[in-house]
Write a protein that binds this ligand. Sequence first.
Ligand SMILES: CC(C)(COP(=O)(O)OP(=O)(O)OC[C@H]1O[C@@H](n2cnc3c(N)ncnc32)[C@H](O)[C@@H]1OP(=O)(O)O)[C@@H](O)C(=O)NCCC(=O)NCCS
Length: 171
Amino acid sequence: MNAASIQSAQPRQIAALERLLPPEIVAMRDADLPQVVALEAAAQVFPWREKNFTDSLRAGHPAWVLRRGTACLGFSILMQVIDEAHLLNLAVAPHAQGQGLGARLLRHAMREAARAGMDNMYLEVRASNARALQIYQAFGFRQIGVRKAYYPAAEGREDALIFCAALEGNT
Ligand SMILES: CC(C)(COP(=O)(O)OP(=O)(O)OC[C@H]1O[C@@H](n2cnc3c(N)ncnc32)[C@H](O)[C@@H]1OP(=O)(O)O)[C@@H](O)C(=O)NCCC(=O)NCCS
């Protein structure tokens, strides 16, 4: 092995080592945005743009990233309206989905909201997003309404389902 091959192997070795680290959830910062925006673009059909994230951080919305080493694997963003929490966005990188990270982010967001004194969490989800519907229902969210043709879709428009969960004792 020569110096050039060691150099080129390093990022792969670092990535392999990072996969052994436990994931941690930390507050989202401006410096996370390039990774967060890229993750969002990969995970969502109609992704938020960078401005949506910067606006959320500027507004002081509670936001977290789930990292393993230097890799950002997911994020969650809340908005507080008096004693209500609104889950504005939640996503896990496609290659890291199905490993419990979305559940971990959601549980964390619900606990933090409860700790901050919020009573209920609300969210809107595409009617076709079976994966998200399943995770929300597993966490005690119940449908309380529907916004007809709320989201743009690949063909025409799609309903938004409105869900709510009580926070106390739920996570
Ligand atoms: C929705 C999302 C955040 C879930 O994250 P995830 O890390 O894949 O979810 P988890 O591995 O924690 O799984 C949690 C639950 O989701 C459901 N789920 C996960 N993978 C699933 C799949 N392939 N099909 C159906 N349900 C699935 C299951 O109920 C699972 O619970 P279980 O482990 O007891 O079976 C993720 O799929 C995502 O980022 N999707 C794109 C963005 C998005 O739709 N965000 C929500 C907008 S409202």
